[in-house]
Design a protein around this ligand. Structure first.
Ligand code: MTE
Ligand code: CO
Length: 430
């Protein structure tokens, strides 16, 4: 076993020390200090047998918080960006704090954001969805029109194809928020895209769609008609409330199980055509460059993947030896998760983890593994298997097939090294 602690990212300036500085600059004091919510010092005045401060006075009334917000003590549970990945904030990404969350639903305010032209601020009264191209009747819908189609509620994960991209060549970012935080999972409310297409009437030679966003980047992607008619949604709500502006308010495309880039936000137009358009985002970007110099054309389905979210670098073991709860997330763009196995010793012995909560098609699954920690160093990994029998590969297995040119579609097994003091760092084993 070797632990690769050298940083071998594309740029010589990318190393751990530089990253830690970047994390601090981004407001990540909790990362550098390794502290987590709950690990802060107690005030003895508030502890039994004393009467705690908050029991002595009346609290806020019902009008104080017309739109609620998390407790001030959860202020570290926020999206974070990485300074050296953020050339300009308008064309960048921030990451879901996976280490601070539980269950399978991502709260709206913590869903990672990826945009190429900033957040479009759209007045829904002025928003339109146009359907044109190979249709019998080109149509323009208002938001009210869209709400008059039958709706459906479905829970799906969205993962950016670049999630874990910085980890292709070696362990690099210290925290699952940064290595795996380009994923979220929410309940969408929307209209099946086939209802809208049927309203316009598809011509027989219509085989592809071009979905286009109304943001300054006018993001465009080609989508095969088969997928559009199968399970795509035109969504206006997430987790019961209107989409957030960051997530495409007032309307976004939902493309279940497929790479996040296709989920066009601020959706303004769908053109029906007879072949793919080969836009920038489906050729030079989001495309895997293979060792021989050829690229994979259209990698849509997101492969089976998992990650341990606790313990992890931002969520070390603070309680010392003894009963320890390990938890994480698993997902597959091809169905549900059949099983997750966990190892504490870098892959020598595997133990079945317990999946808890709903097991839904193309949604994240929550797993737990409880164990007695004897205080010795651990090499934690999780390995997911999906309902089609696909097994999450090691990073070496991935690199053997796809080389090291690519940054996209990395579903390799992640390793966390737990030290005897409980601190956790990102490593690779081979
Ligand atoms: N749609 C538009 N209009 N503009 C964008 O920049 N980014 C895409 C996709 N849809 C993008 C877009 C990418 S790369 C991803 S991963 C997802 O939106 C991210 O969705 P989220 O910001 O809701 O997490
Ligand atoms: Co993306």
């Amino acid at each position: 076993m070797t632990q690769d602690r050298d940083r071998t990212g594309g740029s010589p300036s990318i190393d751990r020390r530089r990253f830690l500085r970047a994390g601090l600059a981004a407001g990540g004091a909790a990362i550098a200090g390794g502290s987590v919510a709950g690990a802060s010092e107690s005030n003895p005045d508030n502890l039994p047998p004393n009467v705690a401060d908050w029991s002595r006075y009346l609290g806020d009334g019902v009008d104080a918080r017309p739109y609620g917000a998390p407790s001030e003590f959860e202020s570290e549970t926020v999206r974070r960006s990485v300074a050296w990945l953020t050339a300009s904030t308008e064309s960048s990404v921030n990451f879901t704090p996976l280490h601070a969350l539980d269950g399978i639903i991502t709260p709206n305010g913590l869903c990672f954001e990826r945009h190429h032209g900033g957040i479009a601020e759209i007045d829904p009264a002025d928003h339109r969805l146009m359907i044109n191209g190979l249709v019998d009747r080109p149509l323009i819908f208002t938001m009210d029109d869209i709400r008059r189609f039958p709706r459906e509620n479905r829970i799906y994960f969205l993962e950016c194809a670049a999630n874990s991209g910085m980890e292709w060549r070696g362990a690099q970012l210290n925290g699952c928020q940064f290595t795996h935080g380009m994923v979220h999972c929410v309940m969408y409310t929307g209209v099946p895209l086939r209802h809208i297409l049927n309203e316009a009437g598809l011509k027989p030679n219509g085989k592809w769609l071009l979905a286009e966003g109304a943001d300054a980047s006018a993001m465009t992607r080609s989508i095969p008609l088969e997928k559009a008619l199968d399970d795509c949604l035109v969504a206006f709500a997430m987790n019961g409330e209107a989409l957030r502006p960051e997530q495409g308010y007032p309307l976004r495309l939902v493309v279940p199980g497929w790479e996040g880039n296709m989920w066009i936000k601020w959706l303004r137009r769908i053109e029906v055509g007879d072949q793919p358009w080969h836009q920038r985002e489906e050729t030079s970007k989001y495309t895997d460059l293979l060792p021989g110099g050829k690229a994979r054309r259209f990698t849509w389905e997101m492969d089976v993947k998992s990650v341990i979210t606790n313990p992890s670098p931002q969520a070390p073991i603070n309680h010392g030896k003894g009963f320890t709860v390990l938890t994480g997330l698993a997902w597959s763009g091809r169905g549900t998760i059949e099983r997750v196995d966990v190892t504490l010793d870098g892959g020598r012995n595997w133990h079945p983890a317990r999946i808890d909560g709903p097991s839904l098609n193309k949604a994240v699954h929550r797993f737990y593994y409880e164990f007695e920690w004897d205080g010795s160093p651990l090499l934690l990994q999780s390995r997911a298997v999906d309902s089609q029998g696909h097994i999450q590969p090691t990073k070496d297995q991935l690199r053997a097939v796809r080389g090291t040119n690519s940054i996209y579609h990395n579903n390799g097994i992640q390793t966390w090294h737990v030290q005897s003091g409980g601190e956790v760092e990102n490593v690779e084993v081979s």
